[in-house]
Design a protein around this ligand. Structure first.
Ligand code: SAM
Length: 286
């Protein structure tokens, strides 16, 4: 275990959260420290300029992004060891949360350099706080793989997850993601879309996947901007055996109506929905 203390002549690395849309969501402490440090490592210096100008912060900046983090980390660590204090910010929200900085923080801690968080906005936590899904236990999955196979594989691994799940997604992939979620989690799973949080067109919408997909499909505004997707964890009865698997097994030995009746009793799901699923399963086998 490395000590949290600062060696006498070393500087401090501050990890500073910035707003996720609304410039007012900046803490007094964040502004003060950004003014005081020797320099600011920003994911994209041009992107951060309006924020820094808004708060009259004139500290020198340089870029630290996913492609140069390893190179730049060496220089930053040298400067920290020589007594300079440096702040890390990302384009929005909390650095390291689906953003650069992990390598730098790990190396800094390894050298015994003090790393101090200046907390603030984080889209995942802001979305969770208004989603109306259980918050006592949750997992953050960040961005899923872009290609369908990788995405479906990851979702399949999460099929029996009982904690609330939080995902980040690009707007042009939102429909594909919801459709993949439906094929893996089933139509009944409750999902919340938190879009453009803290901004003018903020919307938070929750529904079962079966209602959510047509709603997003028919309103192209819902396929724009920045989006957090939250999925309720599976319930115990769901995790025992999903309806589709149960129906497949029952249909091997029973006529369709009996299979549907039995599946409805076991899962508690609606008969007409199970009937449609049973037809699909039967037709695929023909
Ligand atoms: N570090 C950031 C944080 O603390 O939330 C996340 C950075 S990640 C590169 C960007 C993703 O965060 C977006 O694609 C979106 O999924 C989510 N996000 C960021 N700002 C958001 C906002 N205002 N409303 C909804 N989602 C947002």
């Amino acid at each position: 275990m490395k000590s949290e203390g600062t060696k006498n002549n070393q500087g401090v690395l501050y990890i500073i959260a910035t707003p996720i849309g609304n410039l007012q969501d900046m803490s007094f402490r964040a502004i003060e420290i950004l003014k005081q440090v020797d320099c600011i490592a920003a994911e994209d210096t041009r992107h951060s300029l309006p924020l820094l100008q808004h708060y009259a912060i004139s500290t020198p900046t340089f870029s630290l992004h996913e492609h140069n983090e390893r190179d730049r980390a060496g220089i930053i660590l040298d400067r920290l060891q020589n007594g300079e204090s440096i702040a890390l910010i990302s384009d929005a929200g909390t650095p390291l949360i689906s953003d650069p900085g992990y390598f730098l923080v790990r190396e800094a801690r390894g050298l015994g350099i003090r790393v101090i968080p200046i907390p603030g906005a984080c889209a995942a936590i802001a979305a969770l706080s208004v989603a109306g899904l259980p918050t006592d236990r949750f997992i953050f999955e960040g961005f899923l793989p872009v290609k369908t196979k990788g995405r479906v594989d990851r979702l399949t691994a999460l099929k029996n997850e009982s904690r609330t799940m939080i995902f980040y997604e690009a707007p042009h992939r939102i429909l594909d993601l919801l459709q993949d979620m439906q094929s893996v989690f089933g139509q009944e799973r409750e999902v919340v879309i938190a879009r453009e949080l803290t901004k003018k067109f903020e919307t938070t919408y929750s529904a079962k996947l079966t209602e959510l997909i047509p709603w997003v499909a028919q309103d192209t505004n819902q396929q724009r901007g920045e989006i957090v997707v939250l999925v309720s964890g599976t319930t115990e009865s769901e995790s025992l055996i999903p309806a589709a698997e149960l129906l497949t097994l029952l249909l091997e030995n029973l006529p369709l109506k009996q299979a549907v009746d039995l599946a409805a009793k076991i899962t508690g799901e609606r008969k007409n929905e199970l009937y449609e699923q049973a037809l699909l399963i039967k037709n695929k086998k023909l």
